[in-house]
Design a protein around this ligand. Structure first.
Ligand code: EMZ
Length: 385
């Protein structure tokens, strides 16, 4: 099998039953696997809730023991969700601006030039994490130097290589954000912290706790996901130089290529919801207060919708993937992520002729019944000009 391949572990269960089960810290999760069910349930926020009292419970693995701050707008349901989302939406659309894209291009070009100059590059730590962190300074509009601290944290904030949850690491992030909020109160700038502190909801200013909730989401939601996407893209292009060549010759397929890679990678495997009332899921009785998850990774391979679901069809025309979620809670960082991937691919096309994979260690997510490769712990390559 190709090293860059991300196999689909959900196929059998998706076809046969439509759902799977996992035991997460004695708080089981019913995992919805079909695109149709995933979309339908994502829209039904009254029955399948993101908010609720237990902060962190919709994340799998559950973060109830490592987090008290509600992530905003991610853990807020309609109608209040919209009030928060409206505050942050324009900020998170800035990646469409030319000046924003110029900054990303400079960041990516530097990292790729450095990679070309080296004999070998460990992509996860020395390439993807660096690009992700430096690009985050553009999203937050903080000084470039702030990325040094984030790079020093390593690739994981809530996770380490051996545990899916790491409370000590999470504390580093929360303390950091607390300090930055205090700094922004003392010394407002043009950054996201200051922007949020100045924002109003329902006629009052956002509280520090609310600002913290948005900031945790911004840091955590776009970290592993973006790092895995960049690393998977490098592995993919290493094994598929023909795709890089095609994008070079037919730049008009670039957006299709980006959507297809994001479909195939599905950087976030699934996201949970709490069931508010006794109901049925895939004709299976499901109790109020239990948890379900919407499995984006499985839905993206649903053979009922996607032809050749396990292949990267680089110019796929119809691509209703759900990698960025669906319905109310679609990914706030999607514009940033898409723009960053676009800049990375165009820079690779112009500067890199081939990439060789030298060593790799897969990163396999354990969902009990399913083991899913989400990317790599380590990926050593050689970039050739
Ligand atoms: C949460 C989540 C958001 C969670 C859209 O995903 O990403 C996870 O990586 C974090 O652990 O807290 O932010």
């Amino acid at each position: 099998m190709n090293k860059s391949a991300l196999p689909d572990p959900f196929k059998e269960a998706r076809i046969e039953k439509g759902f799977g089960q996992m035991n997460d810290q004695n708080d089981p999760v019913k995992i919805l696997l079909r695109l149709k069910d995933v979309r339908k349930s994502a829209k039904n926020w009254k029955t399948f809730q993101s908010g609720g009292d237990e902060v962190g419970r919709i994340v799998v693995p559950s973060e109830v023991h490592i987090r008290e701050t509600r992530q905003i707008p991610f853990e807020v349901d309609p109608p209040q969700h919209a009030s928060y989302r409206n505050i942050v939406e324009p900020w998170f659309k800035r990646p469409l601006e030319a000046t924003y894209q110029e900054k990303l291009k400079a960041i990516v070009a530097t990292v790729i030039d450095e990679a070309l100059a080296k004999e070998t590059v460990e992509v996860v730590e020395d390439f993807s994490l660096v690009i992700q962190s430096r690009a985050l300074t553009v999203l937050l509009n903080t000084p470039f130097e702030t990325s040094k601290t984030w790079i020093d944290w390593g690739t994981h904030v809530f996770r380490s290589e051996d545990t899916a949850l790491d409370g000590d690491k999470a504390t580093i992030l929360y303390d950091y954000i607390d300090k930055e909020i205090d700094r922004a109160i003392q010394n407002p700038t043009d950054d996201l912290y200051s922007k949020l502190l100045a924002s109003e909801i329902e006629g009052r200013k956002l509280t520090k706790e609310e600002v913290k909730g948005v900031m945790i989401l911004t840091f955590a939601g776009g970290r592993d996901t973006v790092i895995n996407t960049i690393t998977n893209a490098i592995a993919y292009f290493a094994e598929h130089p023909e795709s890089l060549a095609r994008i070079k010759n037919e730049p008009e397929i670039l957006n299709q290529a980006i959507e297809e890679l994001i479909r195939y990678f599905a950087p976030l495997t699934h996201m949970g919801r709490v069931v508010t009332t006794d109901t049925e899921v895939c004709e299976h009785a499901t109790k109020a207060q239990s948890r379900i998850s919407l499995c984006w990774a499985s839905a993206n391979r649903d053979e009922k919708t996607f032809e050749k679901p396990n292949e990267v069809v680089i110019d796929r025309k119809i691509n209703p993937h759900v990698s960025f979620g669906f319905g109310t809670h679609n990914c706030l960082g999607a514009t940033h992520a898409r723009t960053l991937l676009k800049v990375i691919i165009t820079t690779l096309v112009s500067k890199v002729s081939s990439i060789e994979i030298l060593e790799h260690t897969d990163n396999i997510e354990d969902l009990d019944q399913f083991k899913r490769k989400v990317g790599f712990h380590k990926l050593k390559v050689k970039f050739n000009a």
